[in-house]
Design a protein. Sequence first.
Length: 177
Amino acid sequence: MQQGYVHVYTGNGKGKTTAAIGLAIRSLGAGFAVYLGQFIKGMKYSEIVMLEKLSEELGSSRLEVHQYGRGCFIRREPAEEDKKLAQEGLGQALAAMVSGRFQLVILDEINVALHLGLLHEQEVLSFVEARPQQVELVLTGRYAPQALLDRADLVTEMQEIRHYYRKGVEARKGIER
């Protein structure tokens, strides 16, 4: 890839991670190497299970998947350990991005990590600025800050119009988790 771009997938609707993983599959099919760093989450959601199997099949030189969280703590205050994991994750993702090995780098839920104070906006903006020209970078999660939206080349906002969650339906394996 000669020219990569910066994508932000944000908003309160379902599908941000799903869109990013769809792009990862498309990129792998085109022969690109993909790095996925998932912030906040540490649980083995179905997509992570499948991507890890795919990574074993393809080899880590084509697909790397890392989680920088201790479980999904959306309903509790983040602890210092959560901040430490996010900081370490951002550093590992930066090393991967500038290594020249990956054409697509995805930072899943990075916007939520920012919103919760696990990372600072300037750190993530510096990460974006360090992106080599040939790397496509995807940043997902609700609450994308305006500075990140302004810097992105592509912004998609997922908007919830209706969701069965509002009727008490919990996250279902294979669909939401």
